[in-house]
Design a protein around this ligand. Structure first.
Ligand code: KIV
Ligand code: ZN
Length: 389
């Protein structure tokens, strides 16, 4: 594998689907999986096959239709889950089984009611079982964000010995902060003696709004896979958003030593719209990268700057993430330059500066009464003023 590549593991179809009200049909999962494949996402987690017959069928259908990305199925560290995942993934071109067990004191004691030694044994057994189906095995230490480092080191070393090739460190309840989470990843990689035999991955939840920041801090400390979802969909406050992780790494090449050059980022906005349409979870207008206002400029100073050079107020291009162009919103804060330029796009040329002034004054009057001025409003204004079109 190219060491410089940041592996993008999308879990929209699994953790994203765990968002209350976001369940998807088999056909919808296939459509989203194809969009992710067009983006060249490395791994698509298609579902949790043991959860229901419907999820089993959906994972199998995605495994059959996807050729270029690896298709992954989730399983607890239980034989019946792993066998079900193995069966669902049988026809995949490239399959991964993802098995997990909780490692935090609170989860082991209150949820699993198991001793730490038993948890290690069960994790090792699960990884060995999964190897009957594929060599591509991911192990997750659920609630790693609240687990003890010594115990994490111990279980990680043993599951790597048993054959796990990806070690995923989830911040399951979104409790960590960036510096601390990054240190955990660095310590694990340094302290686990066989850490060079596996790719270290992170999976962050957004309960404190830190999922992307925590994921990126982990990358700066040696993680080489990030688990994320389109639009940040996921349990409770969601997961790290794919578009934000990817565009940060792509935009800040000066900071990151790994890259996402293999991804076609122009597929981001169409995929975001597809996921929003299917799940009915609308994207907030000011959401980074994929929100309707992410590349919209309203203030006159900003519009003037962008018209002179886009880099004055844009750190990436709208087209690069799949928007057809940046958007100048005409409203009461807009300046003459943006006003004139939009009219030019609409085929309106002014005969004199007086004509511009007159039309601009009428535009400002209108903008005081209306939030946003659309092309139709401008056309009407031009007709009223009798400007030559
Ligand atoms: O949040 C989590 O811990 C998970 C695991 C199953 C990876 O989703
Ligand atoms: Zn999760």
């Amino acid at each position: 594998m190219n060491d410089d590549r940041l592996i993008i593991f999308d879990t929209t179809l699994r953790d994203g689907e765990q968002s209350p009200g976001a369940s998807m049909t088999k056909e919808e999962k296939i459509r989203i999986a194809r969009a992710l494949e067009r983006m060249h996402v490395d791994v698509i987690e298609a579902g949790f096959p043991v959860a229901s017959t419907g999820d089993f069928d959906a994972v199998r259908a995605v495994a059959r239709s996807i050729k270029d990305s690896t298709v992954c199925g989730l399983s607890r560290a239980l034989e019946k889950d792993i066998d079900r995942a193995g069966e669902a993934l049988k026809e995949a071109n490239s399959a991964r089984i993802h098995t997990f067990i909780a490692t935090s004191p609170i989860h082991m004691k209150m949820k699993l009611r198991m001793e730490p030694d038993q948890v290690v044994e069960q994790a090792v057994r699960a990884v060995k079982r999964a190897r009957q189906y594929t060599d591509n095995i991911e192990f997750s230490a659920e609630d790693a964000g609240r687990s003890e480092l010594d115990f994490l080191c111990r279980i990680v070393e043993q599951v790597i010995d048993a054959g796990a090739t990806t070690i995923n460190i989830p911040d399951t309840v979104g409790y960590n902060v960036p510096q601390q989470f990054g240190e955990t990843i660095r310590n694990l990689i340094e302290r686990v003696p066989n850490s060079d035999k596996a790719v270290f991955s992170v999976h962050c939840h957004n309960d404190l709004g830190l999922a992307v920041a925590n994921s990126l801090s982990a990358v700066l400390n040696g993680a080489r896979q990030v688990e994320c979802t389109i639009n940040g969909l996921g349990e409770r406050a969601g997961n790290a958003s794919l578009e934000e992780v990817v565009m940060t790494v792509k935009t800040r090449k000066d900071i990151f030593s790994c890259n996402v050059d293999h991804l076609d980022t122009r597929e981001i906005v169409p995929t975001s719209k597809l996921v929003a349409g299917i799940t009915g979870f609308a994207v907030q207008p000011n959401k980074a990268i994929v929100g309707a206002n992410a590349f919209a400029h309203e203030s006159g100073i900003h519009q003037d700057g962008v018209l002179k050079s886009r880099e004055t107020y844009e750190i990436m291009s709208a087209e690069d993430v799949g928007w057809s162009a940046n958007r100048m919103v005409l409203g009461k804060h807009s300046g003459r330059n943006a006003f004139r330029s939009r009219l030019k796009e609409l085929g309106v040329e002014f005969a004199s500066e007086d004509e511009v002034n007159d039309a601009f004054a009428r535009f400002k009057d209108l903008a005081d009464k209306k939030h946003e001025i659309f092309d139709e409003d401008l056309q009407a204004l031009v007709t009223e003023t009798g400007i030559s079109a």
